[in-house]
Design a protein around this ligand. Sequence first.
Ligand code: AMP
Ligand code: ZN
Length: 465
Amino acid sequence: MLRLTNTLSGTQETFEPMDGTTVRMYTCGPTVYNYVHIGNLRTYIYEDVLRRHLLSKGWKLVHVMNITDIDDKIIKKSIELGVDLRSFTAPYTAAFFEDCATLRIQRPDIITPATEHVPEMIEIVKKLLEEGYAYQESDSIYFRISRFPTYGRLSRLDKRELKIGARIDADEYEKEEPQDFVLWKAPKSENEPRWEAPFGAGRPGWHLECSAMAMKYLGPTLDIHCGAVDNIFPHHDNEIAQSEAATHKPFVRFWLHGEHLLVEGEKMAKSKGNFFTLKDLLERGYDPLAIRYLLISIPYRKQLNFTFDSLAAAAAALDRIKEFFFRLRTARLSAGANPALAGMIAGAREQFEAGLDDDLNTAEALAAIFKLIRESNIALADGLMQEDNRAAILQWFEVVNERLAIVPPTEHLVQDDAEIESLIARRNEARRNRDFAMSDQIRRELLDRGIVIEDTREGTRWRRN
Ligand code: AMP
Ligand code: ZN
């Protein structure tokens, strides 16, 4: 039974798709005015774990993600550079897909840019105008929050804070500014991009795009809408208001919000300049799997403070998995199954599933893996593991990998001694130069190939695992 914390109720609820078979899920995608940072990627990784867990339940999934390829920041930067919107956003969109692939983030079923859905957005604005939920002011169109009695219910805004009649044009603003928000913006200068509409040429505000795209592909009521906590207000409260005012139906059953990745206690953010892109970390020699491991090691609803020490600990955890695999694969075992170990494997499976069912507790799922590794290492050392136990463990690790995508590849073992010697020589040179990042990387590369090294007084020894 899958339990998820629903921001709408503030409590854990049992999740099942509305129609019993197909989960309709929407993810707010990136704003492609820059390279994403690993904070953004933490959010896409928790959504990826969710996606994989939902599929494991046997449900079908339609997962939609938008690409925000028009907003205040994109327009400002593209005008500054004198390029059209598409040429400006295309490289960032491509880089985002590449980062996702590197981090083993599965592609949502539908990924689609805002600028291809302007007609759908215009339809929503027309409806809101007709029913008096929206009004025109200086050629722009605003949503009248006083017409929507439950406005702000997701972020639990106190009604008295509403600034009735005040308007805000910016796509992003603070919780302290609950005002009539802009649905459609009249161009402020000659070179701003614009679309024709019955209520005047202009371009959509940011919030409108997610309502239009979500409802186009998933219908008026979605099962799950996810994002990070900074999306709750104003973005998701505004999505609820405009969607429900347009359809008179509940927009989303489960709202899920991941907590932020922090740096020295502060939110990692492009605007603060305290961010790392995936490329930054790869260039420093870090393994993308270690980055993914780190980002799932703390459950999504808890803040995670990024440090290089924790990244090194994640790499060390992956090394433990690799070392275990070599030991397991190369052990000579007798036929049959040790029932005690079979019981431990079943226990690990159960703990893993129960952890993920408990609001995606990835820390608990990882704990189940390492508990079994400890138990199996003891069984191997004591000669208590048997052939069928090994088969069951290997099979379960395939499931683990399908669900968390953190199991390192360990199949490729090198045979060529000269190549190994030359890698070891390179590592020793790196150590002499005190380039420990490089020497660690080479040690890891050797480990990937099934080579364990030991530094002794007589020099570096190596052996095949
Ligand atoms: P943006 O491109 O700014 O719209 O961000 C893309 C996604 O990343 C949104 O869901 C944000 O809420 C999320 N996000 C931004 N900063 C962080 C962070 N430091 N940690 C986790 N998620 C974040
Ligand atoms: Zn959105």
